[in-house]
Design a protein around this ligand. Sequence first.
Ligand SMILES: [Zn+2]
Length: 365
Amino acid sequence: MQFKDIVGQRVLINKLTEVIDSGRISHAQMFLGRMGYGTMALAVAYVQYLMCEHRIHHGEGAELRADSCGECPSCKKIQGMMHPDVHFFFPTVNTSKIEKPSCGEYRSDFHKFLLENNFYVNLNDWYTYSGAENKQGEYRALDSVELIEEVARKSYEGREKVFILWMPEHMKSLVANELLKTLEEPYEGTLILLAAENDARMLSTVKSRVQTIRVPRILDAHLPEEAEGDYMIARRLENEMQDTTETKRLFIDWMRLLFKLKMAELSQWVESIASIGRERQKLFLNFVMDYMRRSFSQTAANQPANLNTGDARFDTMFPSMVTPRNVEQIYESLSEALFSIERNANPKVTFMQLSFQLSKHIKNR
Ligand SMILES: [Zn+2]
């Protein structure tokens, strides 16, 4: 799986290859994204890039700054699901044929399943593929035994050893505790990658030991890159964020950009907000939520909203954008972004994704 075959996600992918090139990757990471976001495909492309013997660099201006070659022995083995140092773990189900399920029993089926679906997979399809409809699968005690043995074993090819754990939220605490041990005592050259949809179901002790990479919706394809380096607004903000006029200006600029959805300007705006620091980003999101709530009470309940951005025309026009049709989605997107910022998600990815969501919600008023 090369990055070029991933749908969208260019901003995130470029970030990931930058980190791999710098050699500063964390030994335990979680790719977290809802069903359909391509989380597993991304994880596999990530591993293929990491292990590629001839990484290709297209340069910083390119849509993808870098990718795996797809042709070296390592890439070929991963693409054929035959790399001896890339291990997949996943939930399994009981069937009439397999009474004591484990990854070992199902592994060759799972490999076929991944290849047939080009790594764009979901749990229901996997259960159906394993011949067990309407049953819930899980990680098994046998899997943790195998995981521990494999982690302790030497790498076959003398390079990195990678464990991709798909849907780790379907892991009971017994298995998760074994996993914790391997996360706490990392082995040299060993990478553990979780590919998950719902971290609310995971043990907080596991979550706190992995670096989380939030996989956004597939919306950011073909983002222009030229915005890098516009620090003007950012610098002004550093000095004046305390002054709420600046917050208001930033908000008005953003809303105008969302109507036009001009990519180059929007990514400049995202660069700016990304550079002001998490505390200020949280203040800003709180301000926006408050403004949306006031706007809605004016539209829906005809109550005076006391809006005061300093731009009277904007304050008169904007409330009609927030209606009973879209207020919930607007609010959900904003609180999700706030949550992500609090959890140290990448602010550029978070604000870009939020921009697309808000733009869509506002158009659906
Ligand atoms: Zn390669």
